[in-house]
Design a protein around this ligand. Structure first.
Ligand SMILES: [Zn+2]
Length: 341
């Protein structure tokens, strides 16, 4: 079978290679993949930003959709040819957190495509418990575009961020896959949504999608701008994946008692925090990573129930995966970059 692989770190080592067909274990399912979606995770993996040890050739890709082609001897209830979305989170299933249904707290939590072979391939053998039914209104490409970003966004907003109907939300860095997932999932629930970006074009697109306010953080202080737009009140919830120097502005945008959920550090991991503001305003700073099986199921039910369609920026063929990865790296996209397999 063909797969998008690296045999060393760096873009020059990305190639579509012919690999042996996957062998399913008794609890695994062989999925004939139809689409995959790119994430920054793929860039970190191929550029060795994570310091992990990989067996080369390593197959890239955390997000994929396809159809069930074969099942292991112990797998029940998954008809052949059913359309599935693969949750790329790998957890042990046995530790206290897994048994409590909090798989992303698992002591050995790992991701397909990052710690083990990924899904940018014609076939993959994955644990049956990682499969979820693909919502009927979505194509394989749209389903793949849900993947990691919608799972992460659902947990950030609802499980960790405890978003309530009518609350005001600030989403930083609109345009990337995660920020748009946050926007699409928050939109039916939030009272107002504010967005930030360094690109006026991306802010304009977000306003067209229904944002209530937009701040260009290159020109304006985010905290001041949000307070000015909310009669000095501030927002209830900030969902952020930038951190770094922008964290201070995000905290200043919160109302007293507000929450900030972080799930990334694209602007830098060390971030300073004014502790007086934290305790005096009774703020909460909350971390979030991927999602539990319950988060995935709840996200898919919401997506199916109100027929959310993830925003796809562009679709490439498997053979053009390198060009797709370079476009992700360039960072000018609005929505997900997807591979048709
Ligand atoms: Zn576990």
């Amino acid at each position: 079978m063909r797969a998008v692989t690296i045999d060393g770190y760096g873009f020059e080592n990305v190639a579509v290679r012919e690999l042996p067909e996957p062998e399913p274990g008794p609890h695994d399912v062989v999925v004939r993949l139809r689409a995959g979606a790119l994430n920054h995770l793929d860039l970190w993996t191929l550029e060795d930003a994570l310091g992990l040890e990989h067996d080369f050739p390593h197959i890239l890709g955390a997000d994929g959709t396809g159809e069930v082609e074969a099942v292991g001897s112990e797998v029940r209830g998954l008809p052949l040819r059913s359309r599935v979305l693969i949750d790329p989170a790998l957890s042990c299933g046995a530790c206290e957190f897994c048994r409590a249904g909090e798989q992303s707290l698992c002591t050995t939590f790992r991701m397909m495509g990052e710690h083990s072979d990924g899904l940018f391939a014609e076939r993959a053998a994955v644990p049956a418990r990682n499969l979820h039914p693909l919502p009927a209104h979505l194509s394989y490409e749209e389903g793949a575009a849900l993947g990691t970003t919608f799972i992460t966004a659902y947990r950030m907003l609802f499980t960790r961020g405890r978003l309530q109907p009518g609350e005001w939300v600030l989403i930083t860095g609109i345009g990337g896959g995660l920020a748009l997932s946050l926007f699409q999932l928050a939109k039916p629930v939030a009272g107002k949504i504010f967005v930030t970006s360094s690109s006026d074009e991306k802010l304009q697109r977000a306003m067209e999608l229904g944002a209530d306010g937009a701040v260009n953080y290159e020109n304006e202080d985010v905290g001041k701008a949000i307070r000015a737009s909310t009669s000095k009140r501030g927002v209830d919830l900030v969902v952020d994946s930038a951190a770094g120097d922008s964290l201070g502005g995000s905290l200043r945008a919160l109302r007293k008692g507000g929450r900030l959920v972080t799930a990334g550090a694209t602007a830098g991991s060390p971030a300073s925090l004014d502790v007086r503001r934290l305790f005096w305003n009774q703020l909460e700073v909350i971390g979030s990573t991927m999602g539990s099986v319950r988060d995935v199921s709840n996200m898919l039910r919401m997506v199916a129930g109100i027929e959310i369609r993830p925003i796809v920026h562009r679709t490439y063929g498997l053979d053009d995966a390198l060009a797709a990865l370079r476009e992700l790296k360039a960072g000018d996209h609005f929505g997900k970059i997807v591979l048709t397999i």
